[in-house]
Design a protein around this ligand. Structure first.
Ligand code: C2O
Ligand code: CU
Length: 488
C-alpha cells in the first residue's frame, strides 16, 4: 500500500510540540499534549432524542436480494446523532422489542447511573417500557451506543447507533463521513439469520458474519469533492471481526483514536477490533479517480468502500492534515500511581458454579441476573473470575476496588492465543505501551490485546460507580470475559 510522509513542516511546524518523525511511528511521548486548544466555546442547551427499539426490515443482501429483519432504534438502519460539545443529550428510549434492553454509551465519560448496564447501573427496560437518559458528553469525538445484555443477538441484528460530538476541528474538512463497519450472519437465500453464537467460535476467535457491509451496504462507492480532505470516522460495530485498515490509492492520516485527538500521523495500517474507532483524513482523488478503504487482514484484501473524486477540485496544496483540538481527559499521574493487573484467560468450569456475589451491604448483592444478562456458558475469565452463568446468579464481586480521584496503572495481559479487544467503561485510558508492538501513546476506551501480548494503560478513576471491563468480542464477553471495577 502506498506510504508517503508528510512534509517536515507539517511535523514540526505550526507551533506544535511534536517530537519528530521517530515519535510518529513508534513509542514515545504522548502525542496529544501538543494539540491546539478547542477554539469554539462549548455549546449549551439540550438535544432531545427519541429512540424506539423495534424490529424493522432492511435490504442487506442488495436491491434484488431478500430483505432481513433488523433491530434498530429508528427508521434508519443506524441512527447517527451529531451534537455539539457542551450540549446535553436527553434520550427517551422506548422498548418495542420482545425482550428487555438498555443503552450503553460506549466511550462516554458520563455518570455511572447513565452507563446503561442492566442490573449493574440500572434496571433492564422491559418490553413496552420507557427509560430516559440525560447527560452532557464532556469530550468531542466519535462514539457509539448499543445494548449490554443478549448483545450477541441484539447487536447481531443491528441494534446500535453512532454519537458524534462535534467541535474538535481547527479548520473544517471538505467532508465528514461516518463509516460503520458491520458484518451480518445472514443466510443469503432467505435473508434470515444464522446462529449468532457457535461453540467453535465462542471458544476461539468468534463467529464471523457472512455479509460484510459499510453503512449497511457492500463496498459502497462514495462521491467526494476531487482533491478535498475528507474526514472518515470509522467505527467497527461488528461483534467479531478485527480489521487491518489501510488506504489504497491515496494519502491518509490518523487524527483520532476512539474519538480522542492525536497529532496526525500517516496511516500505514491499523488493527481495528470490535468497538474501536479510527478518525482519518484522506486526500480525495482527482475527478474520475478512486481511493479505496481496505481491510488487509484477510489473505485477499477486501475493499471496504471506495471514494470517487468528482466536481471542481479543492485546494491543490500538499497533504498536510490540520490537527484536532486537545481533549480534557484527566492526565494520569504515573509517579506514585496504584498498580493493577488484569489477566485475560480461559476459565475453568468449576469456577463458574461458584459465582461469588458482591458483599452484603452493596446494593449489587441483591441483584439477580436473568438469562439475558448472565453468561450463556463459561469459556473465558478475567483474573480467574468469570461472569456468572444462568438465571438468578448474583452479580459477582468487583475485580478491584478503586479510590476516586487516584491514578491507576494497569497491565492487561493476554494469556490466550486469541485477540481480545478490551473495553473499560467510564474512563478514557492512556495506552502507554505494549510488550509486542510499537503503539503510539494514545488515549482510548478499547484496546486490542493480540495473542500473548501485555499492554499497559493508565487512567484517573475520577468518577464513582461500578464500571464494566470486558472483551468486546461479544461471544467472549457473553461466555465469561467480563467483570467490573468499583470506584468509591
Ligand atoms: Cu461497547 Cu461494555 O461496551
Ligand atoms: Cu476476547
Amino acid at each position: 500500500m502506498p506510504q508517503r510522509r508528510f512534509s517536515r513542516r507539517s511535523l514540526l511546524g505550526g507551533g506544535l510540540a511534536v517530537a519528530g518523525v521517530a515519535a510518529l511511528c513508534g513509542r514515545g511521548q504522548a502525542r496529544t499534549a501538543g494539540l491546539p486548544p478547542r477554539l469554539r466555546a462549548a455549546a449549551q442547551g439540550e438535544r432531545r432524542l427519541s429512540l424506539v427499539a423495534a424490529e424493522r426490515r432492511a435490504k442487506l443482501l442488495g436491491a434484488d436480494g431478500p430483505d432481513s429483519a433488523v433491530w434498530t432504534y429508528g427508521e434508519k438502519l443506524f441512527e447517527v446523532v451529531r451534537i455539539a460539545q457542551g450540549e446535553t443529550l436527553a434520550v427517551e428510549l422506548e422498548n418495542r422489542l420482545a425482550e428487555h434492553t438498555a443503552i450503553h454509551w460506549h466511550g462516554l465519560r458520563i455518570p455511572n447511573d447513565q452507563d446503561g448496564v442492566p442490573y449493574v447501573t440500572q434496571p433492564p427496560v422491559r418490553p413496552g417500557e420507557r427509560h430516559s437518559y440525560r447527560f452532557t458528553p464532556p469530550d468531542t469525538g466519535t462514539f457509539w451506543f448499543h445494548p449490554h445484555c443478549d448483545t450477541v443477538a441484539q447487536l447481531g441484528r443491528g441494534l446500535a447507533g453512532v454519537l458524534i460530538v462535534e467541535g474538535d476541528e481547527t479548520a473544517p474538512y471538505d467532508a465528514d463521513l461516518a463509516l460503520l463497519l458491520k458484518d451480518w450472519r445472514l443466510d443469503p437465500a432467505s435473508g434470515g439469520y444464522l446462529p449468532f453464537m457457535t461453540q467453535r467460535g465462542a471458544l476461539r476467535a468468534g463467529t464471523f458474519g457472512t455479509v460484510r457491509t459499510v453503512n449497511g451496504e457492500t463496498a459502497p462507492r462514495l462521491t467526494v469533492r476531487a482533491g478535498g480532505d475528507v474526514r472518515l470516522r470509522l467505527l467497527n460495530l461488528d461483534s467479531t471481526r478485527v480489521g487491518d485498515i489501510g488506504v489504497d490509492g491515496g494519502e491518509a492520516a490518523v487524527i483520532a483514536i476512539d474519538g480522542n485527538p492525536i497529532a496526525p500521523f500517516p496511516l500505514k495500517d491499523w488493527r481495528l477490533g470490535p468497538a474501536m474507532r479510527l478518525d482519518l483524513v484522506v486526500r480525495a482523488p482527482a475527478a474520475g479517480g478512486e481511493v479505496r478503504l481496505m481491510d488487509y487482514f484477510a489473505a485477499e484484501p477486501v475493499v471496504l468502500a471506495t471514494l470517487a473524486g468528482a466536481w471542481a477540485p479543492a485546494r491543490g496544496k500538499a497533504f498536510d492534515p490540520t490537527p484536532l483540538t486537545r481533549s480534557a481527559i484527566p492526565e494520569p499521574r504515573i509517579r506514585g500511581a496504584e498498580r493493577l493487573t488484569f489477566a485475560f484467560a480461559t476459565a475453568s468450569k468449576q469456577k463458574s458454579a461458584l459465582a461469588v456475589s458482591a458483599d452484603d451491604g452493596d446494593p449489587l448483592a441483591a441483584a439477580l441476573l436473568d438469562s439475558l444478562c448472565a453468561a450463556s456458558t463459561v469459556n473465558w475469565s478475567i483474573n480467574r473470575e468469570a461472569w456468572p452463568v444462568g438465571d438468578h446468579s448474583r452479580v459477582p464481586k468487583p475485580l478491584a476496588v478503586l479510590r476516586e480521584g487516584r491514578t491507576y496503572v494497569a497491565e492487561l495481559s493476554n494469556e490466550t492465543p486469541h485477540v481480545h479487544p478490551i473495553h473499560l467503561h467510564g474512563f478514557t485510558f492512556k495506552v502507554l505501551g505494549s510488550t509486542k508492538r510499537e503503539l503510539p501513546v494514545h488515549f482510548a476506551d478499547t484496546v486490542l490485546l493480540t495473542p500473548n501480548e501485555r499492554i499497559t494503560i493508565a487512567f484517573v478513576a475520577d468518577r464513582p460507580g461500578d464500571w464494566m471491563i470486558h472483551c468486546h468480542l461479544i461471544e467472549h464477553q457473553e461466555t465469561g470475559m467480563m467483570g467490573y471495577l468499583k470506584v468509591v
